[in-house]
Design a binder for this molecule. Sequence first.
Ligand code: UD1
Length: 430
Amino acid sequence: MDQFVIKGGNPLVGEVEISGAKNAALGILPAAIMANESVIIDNLPDVQDINVMLQAIEGIGAKVDRMGPHKVKINGATINCFDVEYEYIKKIRGSYYLLGALLGKYNYAKVALPGGCDIGARPIDLHIKGFRQLGAQVDITGGDVCAKAEELIGSTIYLDKASVGATINIMMAATMAKGKTVIENSAKEPHVVDVANFLNSMGASIRGAGTDIIRVEGVEKLHGTEYSVIPDQIEAGTFMCAAAATKGDVTIKNVIPKHLESISAKLCEMGCEIEEFDDALRVVSSKPLKSTQVATLYYPGFPTDMQPQISAVLALANGTSVVTESIFENRFRYADELNRMGANIKVESNVAIITGVSKYTGARVNAPDLRAGAALVIAGLAADGFTTVDDIKYIQRGYENFEQKLMGLGALIEKVSDDKEIQKFKLKVS
Ligand code: UD1
């Protein structure tokens, strides 16, 4: 099994190029099958989740032509199957977008759900509520969600929570519905706006994405387009935190600085200097880090997907920080791992109390999920000595060439697969 081995202590210095946004692409790829013409999508991140989504799209009969690692041509005219196989949906959660795309285009979709507690922790009741309000009959049987309709008819749908997934899914289903749909209390995240812009470039009529009311005027059909995915806000934020934790000086290129404002604001409060350019940011961490308070919130609030990474930096700040997780309940699973590296984090319910320490010490740790894994890498980069991060399959789902990008900034990190390779790395860098 792949692992990262890291020799910490080097400040990250230099420039790094950010890839396309995984979570935007996970909505855009299913939306692409709604046209019966060729759609070209560029700036795709070359990560596991995207490759799995493309396999799922191919699996239902769409034509998928990989034009390069970041570019794909998709044609949905040949789709001949509306059931998405179980093995795909189990691998990535974003497959639920195939439900909205297929229902919107063919008035029928059947998609398997991940089992048991996964549903409990991340329900899709709001997606289902929206489909039903558009006139679909939705049943869950044998672990599958089956949605069907004679025709979809526009409606006003109020989301009890501003869910990103439900907003995108309902928006897709409504794109070719009869009449007008209004989604109230919609999510405002940058990837919601990107999926809406993409659908509009295919001829959809969606207004208000990025505000809390989205209006969709149904159109008869969608056409081909060429589109470039926005840069990944969370990948950029992760490199910002890595620069902060290692006392580095990193210019992060191919970003939309506006999407990073909440992260920039927190790093500034902690004593970092941030310089903004049109499509780049420079983070300089030259002063002692100060503690602060962070609460995750819907956009433009601080993103829950950045909570583990900023906590890894706060663990090195002078004083006591309080981090409140308001979106997901179980997102502090990295705290014990950071504590094994010398951090002082106490978790009570959805709050982490972080008392800053002067340094991390390298240890063998386990990545419990994608963003938590990234937080452990950040800690390893700042730590004295060697850190081994196990289970990096989670990290590879969402970060393109993570270790190469970090090496480009001077980090001593390598992907290895056994103890022998770890020893070799240690000899090489000692
Ligand atoms: C998406 C992102 C994920 C990010 C999250 C919040 C993708 C593929 N994933 O996940 O990385 O952490 O947004 O920014 O884009 N909820 C319900 N019922 C529903 C749907 C959601 O109660 O039907 C709740 C969730 O439990 C959670 C909140 O709403 O508390 C927000 O979840 P949501 O925005 O839907 O997250 P995802 O779309 O799953």
